[in-house]
Design a protein around this ligand. Structure first.
Ligand SMILES: C[S@@+](CC[C@H](N)C(=O)[O-])C[C@H]1O[C@@H](n2cnc3c(N)ncnc32)[C@H](O)[C@@H]1O
Length: 270
Protein backbone atom coordinates (compact mmCIF):
# COMPACT_ATOMS: atom_id res chain seq x y z
CA UNK A 1 0.00 0.00 0.00
CA UNK A 2 1.33 3.56 -0.67
CA UNK A 3 3.11 5.20 2.33
CA UNK A 4 1.19 7.94 4.12
CA UNK A 5 2.87 11.40 3.72
CA UNK A 6 4.60 12.71 6.89
CA UNK A 7 2.40 14.85 9.05
CA UNK A 8 3.53 18.42 10.04
CA UNK A 9 4.04 17.15 13.60
CA UNK A 10 6.47 14.45 12.36
CA UNK A 11 8.41 17.03 10.28
CA UNK A 12 8.72 19.33 13.30
CA UNK A 13 9.93 16.46 15.50
CA UNK A 14 12.61 15.45 12.96
CA UNK A 15 13.77 19.07 12.63
CA UNK A 16 13.91 19.48 16.41
CA UNK A 17 15.97 16.28 16.74
CA UNK A 18 18.40 17.53 14.11
CA UNK A 19 19.15 20.54 16.33
CA UNK A 20 19.99 18.44 19.39
CA UNK A 21 23.60 17.61 18.30
CA UNK A 22 24.15 21.27 17.37
CA UNK A 23 22.89 22.39 20.75
CA UNK A 24 25.01 19.80 22.56
CA UNK A 25 28.12 20.90 20.63
CA UNK A 26 27.46 24.54 21.50
CA UNK A 27 26.95 23.70 25.15
CA UNK A 28 30.10 21.58 25.25
CA UNK A 29 32.19 24.28 23.61
CA UNK A 30 30.99 27.03 25.86
CA UNK A 31 30.92 25.00 29.09
CA UNK A 32 33.82 26.92 30.66
CA UNK A 33 32.16 30.25 29.86
CA UNK A 34 28.87 29.01 31.27
CA UNK A 35 30.63 27.81 34.43
CA UNK A 36 32.25 31.25 34.77
CA UNK A 37 28.91 32.96 34.24
CA UNK A 38 27.35 30.77 36.90
CA UNK A 39 30.18 31.22 39.41
CA UNK A 40 31.10 34.85 38.83
CA UNK A 41 27.73 36.36 38.06
CA UNK A 42 24.79 34.27 39.24
CA UNK A 43 26.22 32.76 42.44
CA UNK A 44 27.90 36.07 43.32
CA UNK A 45 24.65 37.93 42.88
CA UNK A 46 22.78 35.36 44.95
CA UNK A 47 25.33 35.54 47.79
CA UNK A 48 25.21 39.35 47.68
CA UNK A 49 21.43 39.26 48.04
CA UNK A 50 21.34 36.60 50.74
CA UNK A 51 24.16 37.98 52.89
CA UNK A 52 23.53 41.68 52.30
CA UNK A 53 27.34 42.06 52.05
CA UNK A 54 28.91 42.82 48.65
CA UNK A 55 31.39 40.20 47.39
CA UNK A 56 34.33 42.65 47.50
CA UNK A 57 33.65 43.25 51.18
CA UNK A 58 33.42 39.47 51.77
CA UNK A 59 36.81 39.07 50.10
CA UNK A 60 38.24 41.78 52.36
CA UNK A 61 36.86 40.08 55.48
CA UNK A 62 38.63 36.89 54.36
CA UNK A 63 41.86 38.87 53.88
CA UNK A 64 41.56 40.44 57.31
CA UNK A 65 41.15 37.03 58.89
CA UNK A 66 43.87 35.26 56.91
CA UNK A 67 46.48 37.60 55.40
CA UNK A 68 49.64 38.74 57.16
CA UNK A 69 49.47 42.56 57.41
CA UNK A 70 52.41 44.35 55.83
CA UNK A 71 53.29 41.34 53.65
CA UNK A 72 52.12 42.12 50.07
CA UNK A 73 52.95 38.66 48.72
CA UNK A 74 50.91 37.04 51.46
CA UNK A 75 48.02 39.44 50.82
CA UNK A 76 48.09 38.44 47.13
CA UNK A 77 48.25 34.71 47.78
CA UNK A 78 45.35 35.02 50.25
CA UNK A 79 43.36 36.83 47.54
CA UNK A 80 44.22 33.98 45.13
CA UNK A 81 43.05 31.38 47.63
CA UNK A 82 39.75 33.23 48.04
CA UNK A 83 39.21 33.50 44.28
CA UNK A 84 40.14 29.90 43.58
CA UNK A 85 38.28 28.25 46.45
CA UNK A 86 35.46 30.58 47.36
CA UNK A 87 34.30 33.24 44.90
CA UNK A 88 35.54 34.51 41.57
CA UNK A 89 37.03 38.02 41.61
CA UNK A 90 38.00 39.94 38.44
CA UNK A 91 41.59 40.61 39.46
CA UNK A 92 44.54 40.15 37.13
CA UNK A 93 45.46 36.98 39.08
CA UNK A 94 48.77 35.16 39.52
CA UNK A 95 49.27 33.77 36.00
CA UNK A 96 49.10 37.02 34.03
CA UNK A 97 50.29 38.97 37.03
CA UNK A 98 53.34 37.11 38.28
CA UNK A 99 54.45 34.46 35.89
CA UNK A 100 53.49 35.65 32.42
CA UNK A 101 53.84 39.35 32.41
CA UNK A 102 52.96 42.26 34.64
CA UNK A 103 55.59 41.77 37.36
CA UNK A 104 58.28 40.51 34.97
CA UNK A 105 57.86 43.54 32.68
CA UNK A 106 57.66 45.97 35.57
CA UNK A 107 60.92 44.62 37.02
CA UNK A 108 62.60 44.85 33.60
CA UNK A 109 61.48 48.45 33.01
CA UNK A 110 61.87 49.70 36.61
CA UNK A 111 59.54 52.70 36.05
CA UNK A 112 59.47 55.69 38.40
CA UNK A 113 55.82 56.47 37.67
CA UNK A 114 53.07 53.88 37.21
CA UNK A 115 49.40 54.41 36.36
CA UNK A 116 46.71 51.75 36.83
CA UNK A 117 43.24 52.24 35.34
CA UNK A 118 40.68 50.09 37.18
CA UNK A 119 41.69 49.42 40.80
CA UNK A 120 38.77 47.18 41.78
CA UNK A 121 39.79 45.56 45.13
CA UNK A 122 43.42 46.56 44.87
CA UNK A 123 44.93 43.20 43.85
CA UNK A 124 46.69 44.63 40.77
CA UNK A 125 47.70 47.69 42.79
CA UNK A 126 49.44 45.58 45.45
CA UNK A 127 51.08 43.46 42.72
CA UNK A 128 52.41 46.57 40.95
CA UNK A 129 53.44 48.45 44.09
CA UNK A 130 55.33 45.43 45.37
CA UNK A 131 57.36 45.13 42.15
CA UNK A 132 58.16 48.84 41.72
CA UNK A 133 61.66 50.10 42.43
CA UNK A 134 62.20 52.13 45.63
CA UNK A 135 61.03 55.73 45.26
CA UNK A 136 58.57 54.95 42.45
CA UNK A 137 54.98 56.16 42.72
CA UNK A 138 51.76 54.46 41.63
CA UNK A 139 48.52 56.25 40.76
CA UNK A 140 45.48 54.01 40.58
CA UNK A 141 42.05 55.11 39.32
CA UNK A 142 38.68 53.63 40.29
CA UNK A 143 35.24 55.23 39.73
CA UNK A 144 33.19 52.98 42.02
CA UNK A 145 33.44 54.37 45.59
CA UNK A 146 32.54 51.00 47.14
CA UNK A 147 35.37 49.24 45.29
CA UNK A 148 37.70 52.12 46.09
CA UNK A 149 36.89 51.84 49.81
CA UNK A 150 37.83 48.14 49.78
CA UNK A 151 40.95 48.82 47.70
CA UNK A 152 42.12 51.54 50.08
CA UNK A 153 41.95 49.08 53.00
CA UNK A 154 43.69 46.33 50.98
CA UNK A 155 46.51 48.66 49.90
CA UNK A 156 47.10 49.81 53.48
CA UNK A 157 46.81 46.22 54.78
CA UNK A 158 49.60 45.27 52.38
CA UNK A 159 51.69 48.02 53.94
CA UNK A 160 51.77 50.71 51.23
CA UNK A 161 51.52 54.33 52.34
CA UNK A 162 49.96 57.23 50.45
CA UNK A 163 53.39 58.44 49.29
CA UNK A 164 53.87 55.23 47.32
CA UNK A 165 50.31 54.49 46.18
CA UNK A 166 47.70 57.16 45.51
CA UNK A 167 44.15 55.96 44.95
CA UNK A 168 42.09 58.41 42.87
CA UNK A 169 38.32 57.98 42.91
CA UNK A 170 36.67 58.90 39.61
CA UNK A 171 36.20 57.67 36.05
CA UNK A 172 39.33 57.62 33.89
CA UNK A 173 37.89 60.09 31.35
CA UNK A 174 37.61 62.71 34.11
CA UNK A 175 40.76 61.81 36.02
CA UNK A 176 43.27 61.56 33.14
CA UNK A 177 42.97 65.23 32.02
CA UNK A 178 43.74 66.44 35.57
CA UNK A 179 46.46 63.96 36.50
CA UNK A 180 49.22 66.53 35.96
CA UNK A 181 47.69 69.57 37.65
CA UNK A 182 45.88 67.88 40.49
CA UNK A 183 48.02 64.84 41.20
CA UNK A 184 51.44 65.91 39.98
CA UNK A 185 51.93 63.10 37.48
CA UNK A 186 54.11 64.57 34.72
CA UNK A 187 54.45 61.42 32.60
CA UNK A 188 53.69 57.76 33.22
CA UNK A 189 56.45 55.30 32.38
CA UNK A 190 54.25 52.26 32.90
CA UNK A 191 50.47 52.04 32.43
CA UNK A 192 48.33 49.06 33.39
CA UNK A 193 44.89 49.15 31.77
CA UNK A 194 42.48 46.77 33.43
CA UNK A 195 39.19 48.65 33.47
CA UNK A 196 36.32 48.39 30.99
CA UNK A 197 37.58 47.23 27.61
CA UNK A 198 35.43 49.73 25.73
CA UNK A 199 37.39 52.56 27.44
CA UNK A 200 40.86 51.29 26.43
CA UNK A 201 41.12 53.10 23.10
CA UNK A 202 39.57 56.35 24.35
CA UNK A 203 41.89 56.43 27.38
CA UNK A 204 45.02 55.60 25.39
CA UNK A 205 44.22 58.56 23.14
CA UNK A 206 43.53 60.77 26.15
CA UNK A 207 46.94 59.86 27.61
CA UNK A 208 48.54 60.76 24.26
CA UNK A 209 46.63 64.04 23.92
CA UNK A 210 47.59 65.17 27.41
CA UNK A 211 51.25 64.23 26.88
CA UNK A 212 51.11 61.81 29.80
CA UNK A 213 53.07 58.97 28.18
CA UNK A 214 56.85 59.12 28.57
CA UNK A 215 58.78 58.17 25.46
CA UNK A 216 59.54 54.44 25.73
CA UNK A 217 56.65 53.97 28.20
CA UNK A 218 55.10 50.53 28.47
CA UNK A 219 51.32 50.20 28.27
CA UNK A 220 49.95 46.82 29.33
CA UNK A 221 46.32 46.18 28.47
CA UNK A 222 44.67 43.22 30.16
CA UNK A 223 42.20 40.82 28.55
CA UNK A 224 42.35 42.29 25.04
CA UNK A 225 41.29 38.94 23.49
CA UNK A 226 38.56 38.01 25.94
CA UNK A 227 36.34 39.89 26.76
CA UNK A 228 38.36 41.71 24.07
CA UNK A 229 39.30 45.20 22.89
CA UNK A 230 39.55 44.85 19.07
CA UNK A 231 39.45 48.58 18.22
CA UNK A 232 42.17 49.30 20.76
CA UNK A 233 44.38 46.56 19.29
CA UNK A 234 43.77 47.73 15.75
CA UNK A 235 44.69 51.32 16.65
CA UNK A 236 47.80 50.33 18.60
CA UNK A 237 49.02 48.18 15.72
CA UNK A 238 48.32 50.64 12.93
CA UNK A 239 48.90 54.18 14.27
CA UNK A 240 52.70 53.94 14.13
CA UNK A 241 53.21 55.19 17.70
CA UNK A 242 53.63 51.82 19.35
CA UNK A 243 55.52 48.59 19.06
CA UNK A 244 53.02 45.87 20.01
CA UNK A 245 53.29 42.36 21.37
CA UNK A 246 50.53 40.06 22.45
CA UNK A 247 51.10 37.72 25.40
CA UNK A 248 48.70 34.82 25.32
CA UNK A 249 47.57 33.52 28.70
CA UNK A 250 44.39 32.35 30.37
CA UNK A 251 41.65 34.32 32.06
CA UNK A 252 42.21 34.98 35.76
CA UNK A 253 41.39 31.88 37.84
CA UNK A 254 39.99 30.12 34.73
CA UNK A 255 42.81 28.15 33.09
CA UNK A 256 40.46 26.79 30.41
CA UNK A 257 39.51 30.21 29.00
CA UNK A 258 42.17 31.76 26.75
CA UNK A 259 42.95 35.46 27.18
CA UNK A 260 45.70 37.85 26.22
CA UNK A 261 47.63 40.86 27.49
CA UNK A 262 48.81 43.47 24.98
CA UNK A 263 52.21 45.05 25.58
CA UNK A 264 52.67 48.40 23.85
CA UNK A 265 55.96 50.31 23.76
CA UNK A 266 55.31 54.03 23.14
CA UNK A 267 57.63 55.35 20.46
CA UNK A 268 56.64 59.00 20.84
CA UNK A 269 54.04 61.31 19.24
CA UNK A 270 55.88 61.36 15.85
C1 LIG B 1 38.73 43.98 36.11
S1 LIG B 1 38.53 45.14 37.36
C2 LIG B 1 40.17 45.69 37.65
C3 LIG B 1 41.05 44.66 38.26
C4 LIG B 1 42.33 45.16 38.90
N1 LIG B 1 43.13 45.95 38.01
C5 LIG B 1 43.15 44.01 39.42
O1 LIG B 1 43.95 43.45 38.69
O2 LIG B 1 42.93 43.67 40.57
C6 LIG B 1 37.83 46.50 36.50
C7 LIG B 1 37.63 47.74 37.36
O3 LIG B 1 37.59 48.86 36.47
C8 LIG B 1 36.73 49.79 37.02
N2 LIG B 1 36.36 50.75 35.96
C9 LIG B 1 35.30 50.72 35.11
N3 LIG B 1 35.29 51.80 34.33
C10 LIG B 1 36.36 52.55 34.68
C11 LIG B 1 36.86 53.80 34.25
N4 LIG B 1 36.27 54.50 33.29
N5 LIG B 1 37.98 54.29 34.83
C12 LIG B 1 38.62 53.58 35.81
N6 LIG B 1 38.17 52.39 36.26
C13 LIG B 1 37.06 51.88 35.72
C14 LIG B 1 35.56 48.96 37.53
O4 LIG B 1 34.80 49.69 38.47
C15 LIG B 1 36.30 47.78 38.12
O5 LIG B 1 36.55 47.99 39.48
Amino acid sequence: SPQAPPTPAMVSAVLALAFVPLLLTLLLRSRHLLALLLRAVLLGWLRDRLSGVPREQRAFQYLLANAVPGDPRHVLSTFDRWSQRCEHLSCVGPVKGEREGVVRLLCERAPRTVLELGTYCGYGTVLLANAMPPGARLYTVEPDPRHAAVAEKVIRLAGFADEKVELIVGPSAEVIPRLRERHGLQRAQFVFMAHWKRCYLRDLRLLEEHGLLAEGATVLADNVLFPGAPRFLQYARSCGRYRCRLHRASLEYCPAIPAGVAELRYLGPG
